[in-house]
Design a protein around this ligand. Structure first.
Ligand SMILES: [Zn+2]
Ligand SMILES: [Zn+2]
Ligand SMILES: [Zn+2]
Length: 329
């Protein structure tokens, strides 16, 4: 929410209250208005997450797809979705961090600017990158000399991801020209960003051709968010996903594919992911409050959760949620 918009709204509220408060003494009015102002500052000073993209690496619509799934997005730009990304904001310090530098970074930075009505700097105070697959880091190119020519944007990455960027073009040029400053993050370490926000980085099993693959838990003064956009299968991880979700307030989880029959003509074993159906089965015995934490994200164009309202409603009826671009969490 924007500050001037909030201020106007509270201004009107206070004006209305001042009529109501005529029955109180001057001191009574001051006390009541102070309480309201303190409450409003408290409510709006909490960090939050703003979802900037929900699609798998290829985006939605998907290159070369003329099927029903993408036809509705080619025909109507309102149905298009950007690649998985979100902002973590600290309204108190007016800082923010971007998770993933996607091929859609240009639109996502613009969306963030518009959704927060310019209350934050255009560029984030840092970017966290999960791994070296195209949907998660190639947007960094937009920060380079050919485009923005950014200065010293902090890029947080696990060790292999950090050296991949430092040692390979064109990313290495971004480092050399100091468009970006790589901040290597140790596996299982916690990075303090403000007194309200800390980020815990860990690894998950995935096709690690060029880098390891990170997952994150973002600890804010208000909530804990688990983010695992890509993982091969829950069973391959040394942690129990059900327990991990229990520990947080919101879990943004890999929903690349809904079910096993989604890529006719391609071997699903080449691109393993937990199917949404499998994740739902894993959580089917848990309490409703646990299931309600799960927000499926990173949807491939073939996953009906990104385009089919019936599938979306069925998921909600089963007690789960799906991430929506522009959603505040
Ligand atoms: Zn991905
Ligand atoms: Zn498609
Ligand atoms: Zn990946």
């Amino acid at each position: 929410m924007n500050n001037s918009g909030t201020a106007t709204r509270y201004g009107i509220l206070i004006l209305l209250l001042s009529y109501v408060l005529r029955i109180f003494s001057t001191m009574g009015k001051i006390i009541i208005i102070t309480i309201i102002l303190l409450f409003s500052v408290h409510v709006h000073a909490q960090p939050y997450v703003l979802v900037l993209g929900t699609a798998q690496d290829g985006g939605y619509p998907h290159i070369g797809c003329r099927k029903q799934c993408c036809e509705q997005a080619w025909n109507n730009p309102d149905n298009r979705r950007y690649v998985v990304s979100f902002a973590v904001t600290d309204p108190e310090t007016k800082q923010w961090w971007l998770f993933e530098a996607t091929p859609d970074i240009k639109e996502q930075l613009q969306d963030f600017y518009e959704l927060t009505r310019g209350a934050y700097k255009y560029l984030p105070d840092g970017i966290f990158i999960s791994h070296a697959h195209i949907g998660h880091y190639t947007g960094l190119a937009q920060l380079g000399r050919e485009a923005l020519g950014a200065k010293n944007v902090k890029v947080y990455a696990l060790p292999k991801m950090a050296s991949f960027l430092e040692q390979n073009g064109p990313w290495q040029q971004l480092v050399r020209l100091q468009n970006i400053d790589i901040i290597p993050v140790a596996v299982n370490s916690v990075t303090g960003l403000t007194k309200n926000i800390r980020v815990q980085s860990f690894t998950v099993p995935h096709r690690d051709e060029y880098s390891e693959t990170a997952g994150f838990i973002i600890h804010t003064s208000q909530k804990k968010y688990l983010f695992i956009p890509d993982i091969d299968k829950w069973a391959k991880w040394d942690k129990d996903i059900v327990k991990q979700v229990q520990k947080v307030d919101i879990a943004l989880l890999d929903a690349t594919f809904y079910s096993a029959d989604e890529l006719p003509g391609r071997r699903m074993e080449e691109v393993p992911h937990p199917f949404v159906k499998e994740t739902m089965k894993l959580f089917s015995e848990t309490e409703e409050a646990i299931r309600a934490k799960i927000h499926f994200i990173h949807m491939n164009h073939t996953n009906p959760l990104i385009w089919d309202s019936t599938a979306q409603q069925d998921l909600m009826h089963a007690g789960y949620k799906y991430a929506i671009q522009g959603m505040k969490l």
